[in-house]
Design a protein around this ligand. Sequence first.
Ligand code: SF4
Ligand code: SF4
Length: 451
Amino acid sequence: MLDTSTPVASSPSAPPVPPPRLYHAFRKRIHLICFLVFVGLPFFDVMRFDIPKQRFYFAGQEIWINEFAIIFFALMFLLFVIAGASMLYGRVYCSYFCPQMIFSELSLALEERWQKWINKHFIQWPAGRRKAAARVGFYATLAGVSVFLAFVFISYFVEPRDLIRRLMQFDIVTAGGIAGAVTTIFTFLDFAFVRLRFCKMICPYGYLQGMFSDKQTLLVVYRDGTAKEKACIECKKCVRVCHMGIDIRKSPFQIECIHCGECVEACDDVLARLKKPGLIHYTWGEQGELLGSTMGDNPRPWWYRMGLRDAKRAVVVFVLLFYASGLTVALSMRQTVSVRIQPDRTVLYATNEAGEITNAFRLNLANRGGQDSEIRIDAEGLQGARLVIPAEALRIEGGESRQIVFHVAVTKGVLPPGVNHFRFRATWSPKGTEQVYPMTFITPTFITPSK
Ligand code: SF4
Ligand code: SF4
């Protein structure tokens, strides 16, 4: 995946030196993809919460906050993706996918670029002035970037097009506008001054990592020969490229290490010039084999080499598949129009002006789709029953929910006294969905049924 050139021969007799592993370019490509996904998710309703409308958008569907099953499966699935990935591949989320990491590295690169540009174009200026100019340029650029990032972040909670309108009107009065302004300030301060310190000192995920990892989790490990035959040339390039500011040679279990692999590439690069293999590697646990190793004469199956090394990992993958299946089933069974009918037993029965016996029922309608829906309700198995319900009450627009009370009226004496079982049959557009609701109609017990 990351090896890009043919092996370099160190000497006619020595084994060929493997080519440098290019983790930096690989990470930057993943970061770019993550950035595009981060920006695109709310715009295309792939995943976002809409707080004003109290909706959860997932895979293009508008999920109502009371659709518990879908939200539960979606959140559990995401949780197990992160926990499972941590168990198998260590801090792969931190180094490859975390927005804090991606934008912190972007901020560091931006600052460096400004400094280089000022140094190149204003070499005649004193060093202090060049440094100050670079900082002004960096802060100005970061301010613009912060507005954009805050906009994308808030659009996970407020409809993005509505947010653009507010931004155009410089709205800092409504809750959305205030949230946008505060988020912009925090984003600016974060990526100007905090950056990777957040990962080292604040983020709880790094601390939780210890709970998920075990002796077979993927790690970045420094392996040199015996004390007498050390191959390390003490160039310290592995330390200089580490944004977390640590020396991987001290231990593979430093909490700051995010397993990004930058030091692996740095060491490969330095030692390749001396025709030697690098000393830092991704390995399956501290003592395990190298990532990508085929285990020589005893090749392991692909799933073992991918990290599925014991029953615990198989269980994690099984649970992940369970939640993914649950989510798929819940989404496929989802009905955009919900019709619920329940008896209203505030009063058991009543007599209307026409002298009929009436029972009240509660109708709950919710249209979670974009199309209007027409509902038809029939009472079956109830002799002489008449529904008293206005026609307009049975039409519901997309995004609307409503509760109404309607009545069923039966001429006095037609039904036996007491409890009469019947059912409602509801049919609704646009798909012609049908549902039956077993129900009871109560008549006064002192009425003699007609023969
Ligand atoms: S880059 Fe490699 S050779 Fe250089 S100090 Fe680090 S481990 Fe040693
Ligand atoms: S020690 Fe290496 S793998 Fe760990 S954070 Fe630093 S550069 Fe990345």
